[in-house]
Design a protein around this ligand. Structure first.
Ligand code: ZN
Length: 162
């Protein structure tokens, strides 16, 4: 039966992992490994694992210190920009709230006219009456339209610039 353990096994393993195998070990150990199935297996497997480890170390790309420093600088700059950008965002939120409030106020001011216009349409007034109504409130309609168009556009542009 093939032996599964050998007293020199750990010695061979240590020699291979310390890169002493096969040149810098006792000739008696070399002779034993050549004759012993367990120790020759250990030497072959440990040697393969060690080679793979060496290969991985060669393949691993370690960034040089200059690149690491540059990346740290970029990161710091990005974070500083983000911190500086925060008040702008707050201002934009306030602007948006003001715009919404302004829209609400405009709608409130025109709602009376709006309702009367709706009522006029509902009671199917003549074209002449509608024209008269529009002419009467023309300035208010124009102002409301301008606010409705300009405020969202301004907010949109402010958001784009961010
Ligand atoms: Zn052995």
């Amino acid at each position: 039966m093939k032996p599964v353990e050998c007293e020199f096994e750990s010695e061979v393993l240590a020699a291979v992992l310390q890169s002493r195998w096969p040149e810098r070990v006792d000739s008696s150990l070399r002779a034993h490994v050549a004759a012993c199935a367990v120790c020759s297996d250990v030497a072959a497997i440990a040697g393969a694992v060690d080679d793979a480890r060496e290969q991985m170390r060669d393949d691993a790309v370690i960034p040089d210190s200059g690149r690491v420093w540059w990346l740290a600088q970029m990161r710091a700059r990005r974070e500083a920009a983000r911190t500086a950008g925060r008040p702008i965002t707050a201002v934009q939120v306030i602007a948006l709230a003001c715009a919404v409030g302004l829209l609400g106020a405009c709608f409130g001011a025109t709602s009376k006219w709006f309702q009367s216009a709706l009522g006029s349409i509902a009671s199917s007034v003549s074209a002449f009456e509608m024209t008269a109504l529009l002419a009467e409130h023309g300035a208010l309609v124009l102002a409301t339209a301008a606010v409705l168009l300009l405020v969202p556009a301004a907010v949109y542009l402010a958001m784009l610039r961010d």
